[in-house]
Design a protein around this ligand. Structure first.
Ligand code: S3P
Length: 165
């Protein structure tokens, strides 16, 4: 059985948290949602952190929580969509097993535009700009990319499980 951790990366709405849950069951691992870890640490929801302290402060917390995952074992870690923005995070991720869940922007846009819990999902232009800026960064840190369009969380999980078996 695979002993290390698995990091899931990809843009907002790509299904990282859902797949982390199904994958941990399929592989008999634990799971951790990095956004939830940040919320627990701060005792605040993500939109409140953005509103009160700003994005840069949120990114500091995100890096702190990411680096703390070093002490975990056999855990599937769902990261936030912006995890690749900081170079220190990318350097860390390049030393890990990282799966990139890739979807077309139009599908992601429909999923996230209504979501009040995502402070950066305000309008198409903002979302598109971030997506374009991050695409190559997800590729850069990924050990394996899954082109998810047309797939379900179940078939994505199957594809990842095969990769680790
Ligand atoms: C963000 C994505 C969110 C969350 C925060 C910032 C981003 O996570 O970390 O709102 O910069 O893309 P999800 O990818 O789980 O939505």
């Amino acid at each position: 059985m695979y002993q290390g951790n698995i990091y899931l990366v990809g843009f907002m709405g790509c299904g990282k948290s859902t797949v982390a849950k199904t994958l941990m069951q399929a592989l008999g691992m634990k799971d951790l949602d990095l956004d939830q870890a940040i919320e627990t640490k701060m005792g605040q929801r993500i939109p409140e952190i953005f509103e009160q302290h700003g994005e840069s402060y949120f990114r500091d917390l995100e890096t702190e929580c990411l680096l703390e995952t070093k002490r975990l074992t056999q855990t599937v870690i769902a990261t936030g969509g912006g995890i690749v923005e900081r170079e220190v995070n990318r350097v860390f991720l390049k030393g890990q097993r990282v799966i990139y869940l890739e979807w077309p922007i139009d599908v992601l846009y429909e999923r996230i535009i209504q979501d009040n819990n995502r402070p950066l999902a305000r309008d198409y232009q903002t979302i598109y700009k971030r997506y374009e800026g991050r695409k190559s960064l997800y590729e850069e840190v990924a050990s394996y990319k899954i082109t998810c369009d047309g797939m379900t969380p179940y078939t994505v999980t199957e594809a990842i499980s095969k990769y680790f078996k």
